[in-house]
Structures are given as C-alpha cells and as structure tokens.
Design a protein around this ligand. Structure first.
Ligand SMILES: C[S@@+](CC[C@H](N)C(=O)[O-])C[C@H]1O[C@@H](n2cnc3c(N)ncnc32)[C@H](O)[C@@H]1O
Length: 236
C-alpha cells in the first residue's frame, strides 16, 4: 500500500488498523499542514502508531506517539521493527493527564481518537491546545455524521447506536460550532474528508473482529449517514 511517498506492507497495515485506515486519513490531514524535519508532533490516541510511523517517515518529524489502550512497550517494539524508534517516542497516557510541557509541540494531531475525549466542551482549551506553541498547528480527524440525526436514529442504525457511539459521533456542523467558539485557536478548516470510502473499505476488509461487526453497520445506513470530519487550526 503506497501512501504519498511511503510504501507500507499491506499485511502490516491491516494487522495494525483499529478503525478506518489511519494512514489514508493522516496523509489527507497532512495536506493542510506544514510539517518540517525536526518538528515535534503530538499524535494523541495513536493506537498502534501507524500515523506516528507515517508522519516520522514522510516528514522527518519527531512524534510523541501517545495512547491509552495500547502500551508504550508494545508500540516501541513496532517502532523498532519499522526503523523509526529514533524519531517516534512511545508514551502511555490518558488524554486528560498528558505528561508534556505546555507549548512543547510544533503540531498536535489526532486521528480517529479525539471524539472519545475532545467531545467535552473544554477539552480543546484545557488539555490539547495548551501543549502547542503559539502559531503551532492543530489537526484532528474524527468519524462523524453528514448531519445530526433528527429526533430518531435511522431504524437500520438503531441497534448499533449504543451509548458510546451516541455520545461521540457528531456531525461536521457540530464540531465546527464547538471549535469556532474557542478563543485559543484560529480555526482554519472543518471539512468532510475525501478518503472516507477508501479508508473504511480498508478497515472492513482487514478481518478484525470489530471490523466484521462494522460491515453490518455500514450496510445498514453507515455509508449513507457517516463521514470523516477533519478540523485544522492554528494555536493563538
Ligand atoms: C479507534 S482507536 C484509533 C487508533 C489510531 N489513532 C488509529 O486510527 O488507528 C482509538 C484510540 O483512542 C485512544 N483513546 C481513547 N480514549 C483515550 C483517552 N482517554 N486517552 C488517550 N487515548 C485514548 C485509544 O487508546 C485508542 O487507541
């Protein structure tokens, strides 16, 4: 699988996916960023670190690959096997208790993870943006909805609309309004991502048990109702 100038072994990618293909999402998100060799980048909710590996290889940035569910030791083994352990630092941390200095990062990114914590109205101002230098870059991609559901969840999707999903999957407009209200960033973009279909197809065919369950959800209305939302901002 080739993502911009990087070739990845498809089996390696599929083994390490945790949702829609994070490599495709990171590559599209990075089109809105100016990343240069030596910059320090926070990758929050990096999971198995595919995005961190990609950013380090493609741009020569130093990535602090931070995650809760995946241990730092597991990610360190993966980073060594990919030859990026000199550029990617594995960190195990919770998003509300991040072990970094304020204004430490040139850029902060988060792919398919921010909705778990960033849905809180003060998360951006209290926890995420303060870690980025003034003038630094912030870029987030989350799974979302084309528009908020009216009173009822569409019938086909109802069985999948458990509390965790209901609380975290919001529309582009919802995210736009949340970030637009912030006084600590200059909001640059909030848009639906072009890679939605391909990123989801890669996930649904990767033979992960959660992906097999997601096939039903996408066929029951997900393809019609869902999108991927990208948000890009500058830290003030
Ligand atoms: C669906 S996975 C995506 C992982 C990776 N970004 C990717 O796209 O492959 C969501 C990730 O968010 C992380 N996450 C969820 N809640 C978190 C929290 N409170 N603090 C830090 N990470 C969190 C999980 O550890 C998990 O790896």
């Amino acid at each position: 699988m080739t993502i911009r100038s990087q070739k990845f072994d498809t089996a390696f990618v599929k083994e390490n996916l945790m949702g829609p293909n994070a490599l495709r999402i990171a590559a599209e998100l990075a089109l809105s960023l100016k990343l240069e060799k030596g910059m320090r980048v926070l990758d929050l909710g990096c999971g198995k670190g595919l995005t961190s590996i990609y950013l380090a290889k493609e741009f020569g940035v130093t990535v602090f690959a931070t995650d809760l569910w995946i241990s730092a030791s597991e990610n360190y083994e993966r980073f060594k096997s990919m030859g990026v352990d000199d550029k990617v630092v594995p960190i195990h941390a919770e998003a509300h208790d991040l072990p970094f200095a304020q204004e430490f990062f040139d850029a902060a990114v988060s792919v398919d993870a921010y909705h778990y914590f960033g849905i809180e109205p003060d998360y951006l101002e209290k926890h995420f943006a303060p870690l980025v230098k003034k003038g630094g870059q912030i870029a987030v991609a989350v799974p979302g909805l084309k528009k908020e559901f009216a009173a009822e969840v569409p019938a086909g999707l109802a069985p999948y609309w458990i509390e965790e999903v209901r609380n975290t999957i919001r529309s582009r407009g919802w995210w736009h309004d949340l970030w637009k209200a912030s006084t600590v960033i200059s909001f640059k973009e909030c848009k639906e991502m072009k890679c939605f279909k391909e990123a989801w197809q890669d996930w649904l065919t990767c033979d992960h048990e959660f992906a097999r369950k997601d096939i039903g959800m996408m066929d029951a209305g997900g393809w019609k109702e869902f999108n991927l939302v990208a948000m890009v901002a500058e830290k003030l």
